[in-house]
Ligand binder design. Structure first.
Ligand code: B12
Ligand code: SF4
Ligand code: SF4
Length: 333
């Protein structure tokens, strides 16, 4: 009998987790392929219009019902977390000046899509080299962010953390400054116990959101969210309310910054994901003036490339003009 056939699902899961830790993942757990309750909540949120103009999020909703619709041979979902916490200043702790923009923490270093994908490729190579697992690296699919998989729901089911009232996945004690990724695998692995909710009576995120983007705890209406306006919206100026935008040029961290579980987050061990100093407090005038070539040169290998020079410039210009109208123009520093 082969070593692979000998190993039971619990042993295999333990090996998978050891490989993940050796590849630098901070969190790892295993979930089953189907989460009907989460899918129903996703479907209800889309029916209520909370998906805004993100057509890709709403196309083919049944795909998100069960990962076997994406990868028919999947028997387990390995869910992974990679911290992007760092010590660079946050929005509330150290507010940007009137001539400065705020780029969300997750997008200040190297693009996580590329970095975490590289980590995933290394991980599945290790799986393929482990005779006790006994499967080829071509037999599974990896996703970080862009696949039709409800990553937070699978992460909660895999025991990585709970979905907080800010709708993000929170780990005790690491908080929420981490990316999620999944490996859909034909391996039969022991599933972890789901994590339970630790929000309790807290509602700081709901109260701190400047745009009142939470119609109910745990539920986000992307039409009102600064992250949607500045990252995903095809026409940010039409989507946004400039009076509620603050100094945000790309993304928003407020509902995480106020979360008590984020107080003690240790800086990430993944150095490329830490903030590039020029992305911490960029000048609005600099961002306003970038043509597409200059934008690409200014943000190489960056998640900020989810937008483009035209849209980023339009957001920066809206903030500067709003401040000027209010007499808040400050001298260049
Ligand atoms: C679309 C999207 C967005 C949209 C919509 C966000 C949203 N909450 O839906 C926008 C552009 C606004 C956005 C913003 C951000 N995003 Co985003 N986004 C995604 C993406 C691609 C899909 C999420 C999705 O399916 N949304 C549809 C909704 C309906 O599904 P859901 O969010 O899973 O909703 C669940 C909850 O609402 C919950 N729920 C509903 N009712 C109830 C009731 C109870 C009692 C409970 C417990 C749960 C519950 O169940 C739903 C189904 O599981 C995921 C990656 C992925 N593939 O999953 C990243 C992802 C969620 N984003 C991420 C990040 C980092 C962000 C930002 C922090 C970036 C920033 N700094 O600007 C913000 C945070 C805003 C916020 N508070 O959520 C990370 C989150 C990591 C984490 N620790 O949770 C993810 C997982 C990407 C990744 N791979 O790391 N994002
Ligand atoms: S990211 Fe900002 S705008 Fe969006 S829900 Fe959180 S606090 Fe509100
Ligand atoms: S701020 Fe409070 S309510 Fe919001 S996610 Fe964190 S613990 Fe939960």
């Amino acid at each position: 009998m082969s070593a692979a056939a000998d190993a039971d699902p619990a042993e295999r899961a333990a090996r998978v987790k050891a490989h993940a830790r050796q590849c630098g993942f901070d969190l790892v757990g295993v979930a089953p392929p189907e989460l009907p309750d989460a899918w129903e909540r996703y479907r209800d949120a889309m029916a209520a219009g909370y998906g805004a103009d993100m057509d890709w999020l709403q196309a083919d909703p049944d795909m998100r019902r069960d990962v076997r619709r994406v990868h028919p041979s999947a028997r387990s979902v390995i869910v992974l977390g990679v911290s992007y916490a760092d010590e660079a200043p946050g929005y509330l702790a150290s507010p940007p000046a009137d001539d400065e923009g705020y780029i969300a923490r997750y997008a200040r270093g190297k693009d996580y899509h590329a970095h975490v994908r590289q980590m995933l490729v290394r991980l599945v190579r290790r799986f393929a080299e482990d005779p006790a697992l006994g499967f080829r690296s071509t037999e599974h699919r990896v996703f970080v962010d862009t696949g039709p998989v409800l990553e937070k729901a699978y992460a909660q089911r895999a025991g990585l953390g709970w979905i907080g009232k800010n709708s993000l996945l929170i780990h005790r004690p690491r908080g929420s400054w981490f990316f999620l990724a999944v490996v859909l695998t034909p391996l039969e692995l022991a599933f972890d116990a789901p994590e339970v909710d630790h929000c309790g009576s807290c509602r700081r995120c709901l109260d701190a959101c400047p745009t009142a983007a939470f119609p109910a705890p745990y539920v986000l209406d992307a039409r009102r969210c600064i992250a949607h306006w500045t990252i995903e919206s095809a026409d940010p100026v039409a989507a946004m309310d400039p009076e509620l935008l603050g100094q945000h040029v790309f993304g928003c961290d407020i509902c995480q910054e106020v979360c008590p579980w984020n107080r003690r987050a240790e800086p990430t061990a993944q150095v490329p994901l830490r903030a590039r100093p020029d992305n911490v407090r960029p000048k609005l005038v600099e961002l306003e003036g970038l043509d597409e070539a200059a934008f690409k040169a200014r943000f190489p290998k960056s998640a900020v490339r989810r937008t483009d020079g035209r849209r980023l410039g339009a957001v920066a210009r809206t903030i500067r003009q709003r401040n000027a109208r209010a007499g808040r123009t400050v001298a260049e520093r």
